[in-house]
Design a protein around this ligand. Structure first.
Ligand code: TPP
Ligand code: DXP
Ligand code: MG
Length: 637
């Protein structure tokens, strides 16, 4: 690491001779494999942008020039070159974020890891430079996958309009999201890649002519001067140029000299310009045994030499869904599946293998996915759209106005619901059960274990006149939690053991084991508790109000935002039924939560059994007029 450790900031790169840059790139690749194999992270995307990031920081002067990263998962090299080389706690509490973070560096601008937003940011920043008469450069790096997102095209439409507003767009084209990028755009990029591009023609001609300087140089200038005619002859007009954008490329995204040349030209262009770079995801890392279909897009802890996972977790929520979907696919030929460029991460790979004609990868285009689902349902099919909870946020209006308004039988399966933790604020699935509460007719299920995932998924796909949602956590599925009774449509998980129970504890989804632990702790305080799992949390079960009326206090516990969540819905249902029982709702506070493990975040926000039991004890004691005693005891803890 002789060179890498000498880089404390981007300007240190200026002191390296061209031949040292390839050595630096090799050192960075070695660092990434060694560090990320220990912590987990986006190894493949970052191995693919080593040379590109070096060239960007040599041509542009961050932080005066703004280098923006779409999604930000490919910003590890950017971090290494901007003074952050301790990756020992990557994505862990107190360590580096897995994405750009303003709190870490003035070189970091966009923190959100939701794809396809970078061009919007760049458009805004370029306009601000224009109004404030700044000559800073704005450089937006967007992947071919992120370019399949609609927002990217909304921004391009605006950017293309201002011919004199400088803005450099770098398309990092590695032909993949997780899997190969789909769609017409991908095909067009492939055309641009394979067409012997004007730039490559010029470079190759220059190379030849440089070997014959007497004739060569004047001839090269003539060729370069005949650019327009030559370009049309050599490289067909691409859609970017049809949009009015200057196009430079395709450029070898691993050739630092070629990259610097293209970026320098783009920097001087004085208007919007696209630099199309060809890169390889996971470049330089071909471990002996791992067969990484997604080119190490997002790895857990792995053996650096084999690429194989250090520990394989047991059954996870995604796997339970994956297997049940295949069964459903065999039973019902009207069931089709949709993914937004995340076939394997959301567990649709097995379904796709069994029914290749019945699964649609729409690209990173959740809004389109939801509307297309409305079309599929209207056309007589039952689509199951599997997507991470946080990524459905951007398709709220489509769920509301296209799916629900038209009473379409679409099932949304939300993986990574609740606190995910290590991917930081924008990845927690903490908004779905709040924003979807307002969708008329939409039903929400929150399974507590594997059996309930299977059961509730089956119940959901039976609904053909309204949207249904099944949402579950990230990672290992919890232990089976058997019901001991039933009230209305709700499972009783624990009886209070008395005719005058104190607390009705409403347990939502995967938090059932924690809620049973809370009930046990309350027992120790002489407080009797009934624990119910509503299963379907929207609409609130009709049996909820009369059941609550038989208790002194109602407590709801959910792995979702408190604001507008299940607790609020239950409180409203009790009010509407004239049931005047105090209710205390526990959930995620309306804050952006820094990256840490799920357990650390849950502890930090007080979503733990001891915290909740303590607060409920205080509440019940207050009702008994034993408040002073409880307050004294609590203070002693
Ligand atoms: C709105 C949204 N949907 C899905 C994702 C999950 N995701 C993270 S990276 C990625 C693939 C990005 O592909 P690309 O833009 O080509 O970048 P690359 O990984 O190839 O560098 C996806 C789908 C996301 N971050 N945001
Ligand atoms: C950047 C991005 O959005 C995804 O790659 C995400 O990091 C994957 O999260 P999981 O690791 O939970 O699948
Ligand atoms: Mg890509």
């Amino acid at each position: 690491m002789a060179l890498l450790t000498r880089i404390t900031g981007p300007r240190d790169l200026d002191r390296l001779a061209p031949e040292q840059l390839d050595q630096l790139a090799a050192e960075i690749r070695s660092f990434l494999v060694d560090a990320v194999s220990k912590t987990g992270g986006h190894l493949g995307p970052n191995l693919g942008v080593v040379e590109l990031t070096i060239a960007l920081h040599r041509v542009f002067e961050s932080p005066k020039d703004k280098i923006l990263w779409d999604t930000g998962h490919q910003s590890y090299v950017h971090k290494l070159l901007t003074g952050r080389q301790d990756f020992s706690k990557l994505k862990m509490k107190g360590g580096l974020s897995g994405y750009p973070a303003r709190s870490e560096s003035e070189h970091d601008i966009i923190e959100n890891s939701h794809a396809s937003t970078v061009l919007g940011w760049a458009d805004g920043l370029a306009k601000a430079n224009e109004v404030l008469e700044r000559d800073d450069h704005v450089v937006a790096v967007i992947g071919d996958g992120a370019l399949t997102g609609g927002m990217a095209w909304e921004a391009l439409n605006n950017i293309a309009e201002a011919k004199d507003r400088p803005l450099v767009i770098v398309v990092n084209d590695n032909e993949r999201s997780y899997a190969p990028t789909i769609g017409g755009l991908a095909n067009h990029l492939a055309t641009l890649r394979t067409t012997d591009g004007y730039e490559r023609f010029l470079a190759r001609t220059k190379e030849i002519l440089d070997r014959t300087p007497v004739v060569g140089r004047p001839l090269y200038e003539t060729l370069h001067g005949a650019k327009k005619g030559l370009k049309d002859f050599i490289a067909p007009q691409g859609m970017f140029e049809d949009l009015g954008l200057k196009y430079v490329g395709p450029i070898d995204g691993h050739d630092i000299e070629a990259l610097e040349s293209a970026l320098t030209r783009a920097k001087r262009f004085g208007g919007p310009v696209i630099v199309h770079c060809l890169t390889e995801k996971g470049r330089g890392y071909q471990p002996a045994l791992a067969d990484e279909a997604d080119r190490f897009h997002a790895v857990g802890k792995i053996h650096p030499d084999t690429g194989l996972p250090i520990s394989t977790s047991g059954a996870d929520w995604t796997g339970v869904f994956a297997d049940e979907m295949v069964k459903l696919g065999h039973e019902r030929e009207d069931i089709v599946a949709i993914t937004a460029a995340m076939l394997q991460p959301v567990g649709l790979d097995k379904f796709a293998k069994a029914f290749p004609e019945r699964v649609y990868d729409v690209g990173i285009a959740e809004q389109h996915g939801a509307v297309s689902a409305a079309g599929l349902a209207t056309g007589g099919l039952h689509p199951v759209f599997a997507v991470y909870a946080t990524f459905l946020n951007r398709a709220f209006d489509q769920v509301l106005m296209d799916v629900a308004l038209h009473k379409c039988g679409v099932t949304f399966v939300l993986d990574r619901a609740g606190i995910t933790g290590t991917d930081g604020a924008s990845h927690n699935g903490m908004w779905d059960m709040s924003i979807l509460q307002v969708v008329p007719g939409l039903r929400i299920a929150a399974p507590r274990d594997a059996d309930q995932v299977r059961a509730q998924l089956r119940e959901a796909v039976e609904v053909d006149d309204a949207p249904t949602v099944v949402r579950y956590s990230k990672g290992a599925v919890g232990p089976a939690v058997e019901a001991v009774g039933r009230v209305g449509g709700m499972d009783v998980l624990r009886e209070a053991g008395t005719d005058t129970p104190d607390v009705l504890l409403v347990s939502v989804g995967a938090l059932a084991p924690m809620c049973l632990e809370i009930a046990g702790l309350l027992d120790q305080q002489g407080i009797s508790t009934t624990v119910v799992d509503p299963r379907w949390v929207k609409p609130v079960d009709e049996a909820m109000a009369p059941l609550a009326d038989r208790h002194r206090v109602v407590v709801t516990v959910e792995d979702n935002g408190r604001v507008g969540g299940v607790g609020c819905a239950v409180a409203q249902a009790l009010r509407d039924a004239g049931v005047d029982v105090p209710l205390r709702d526990f959930g995620i506070p309306p804050r952006f939560l820094d990256h840490a493990s799920r357990k650390e975040v849950m502890t930090e926000i007080g979503l733990t059994a001891p915290d909740i039991a303590r607060q409920v004890t205080g509440l019940v004691s207050k009702l008994d007029g034993r408040y002073e005693q409880a307050e004294v005891e609590a203070a002693r803890d």
